[in-house]
Design a protein around this ligand. Sequence first.
Ligand SMILES: *Cc1c(COP(=O)(O)O)cnc(C)c1O
Length: 386
Amino acid sequence: MKDDTKLIHEGRTTYDHVGAVNTPVYHASTILFPTMEKYLSRSTDPSVKVRYGLRGTPTTFSLEDALTALEGGFGTVLSPSGLQAITMAIMSYVETGDHILVTDSTYSPCRAFCDNVLAKLGIETEYYDPLIGADIKDLLRTNTKIVWTESPGSQTFEVQDIPAIAAAAHEVGAIVMIDNTWSAGYYFKALEHGVDVSVHASTKYHGGHSDVMMGAIICNEHTYDRIKTISGSFGNHAGPDDVYLTLRGLRSMGTRMDRQYKNGLEIARWIAEQPAVTRVMHPGLETDPGHAIWKRDFTGASSLFGFVVEETNQKKVGAFLDGMEFFGMGSSWGGFESLLIPCFPDANRTVTDWNPCGQTLRIHIGLEDPSDLIADLEKGLKRMTN
Ligand SMILES: *Cc1c(COP(=O)(O)O)cnc(C)c1O
């Protein structure tokens, strides 16, 4: 089955629910059993699928199954946010005295978790250059439990050589995890490229409508039981209304992303030609340093990318951003609407430098007509350079 068919058909259990196309929203904590015998065998009887709300309902199973199918995983664990999915995945594999390797380009709240929480537990985080590739072997230790990757990196969009990193990590028995939010698991099949655990902010493209928080941990066979058990021990649970909204969004993700890929690349090419712009970070551009690896490993690009304007005067950059008609300013991305924000990646780096000689901006292209977005950007750049 191809991805676009999976997105439509996987995780549907229509005839278990009066023929409804979508799995309904089950609100449940207590699940009742008719006899003492049935109650006592609820954990061992394979015909019992639902035991307690915390452990999932048909609503949650539907989203889990659809995401597992999308990435070719063994099983999926949901979380109430992308960040929670990150921390659950990491916590499942570390204990005091361990060492983990985390890309310097990681989503900054992941870094904050490592520095604030793991450090207190006596777990050492070492950051590495996202472009390290096979040389990661020099940083691996006998107590290295996880190699954390994110490709392309948050805000700076470096494409990592995931197969090379995974091969080296597996030599010493480390688990390879990726924050795969950017590709949504649609354009990068992490598990087929050596990754053990693919973590998503489903808040972004999966939900796709800027109205839901959700996280997902898609595991291979080797990692699923452990992550499910530890996540359950933390009482981790995603609420049914949010699960439903995420699955509703996921059904149309293929169409949305294909359009956003095309429009994003068109706009990236236009931005790259503007005199006020010194650099565009979009791996789909032939001039991008990550283009070759992206082309080898990915089947497309999402519509989130970066660019740098030479202007650093904050008043002038503000004149650009404040007057945008179609681009909103706010955190998150992956919805149907366009966004444009300033960012300061250097504040979140410790072993590599980000000195682009200008102001870094992050742009998300939504489903608007690209000609309207280009006109809006053109006016904005004029406000900045005048
Ligand atoms: C937004 C984001 C997250 C966190 O997702 P939330 O659902 O907002 O917690 C994780 N990783 C990346 C790359 C993100 O952009």
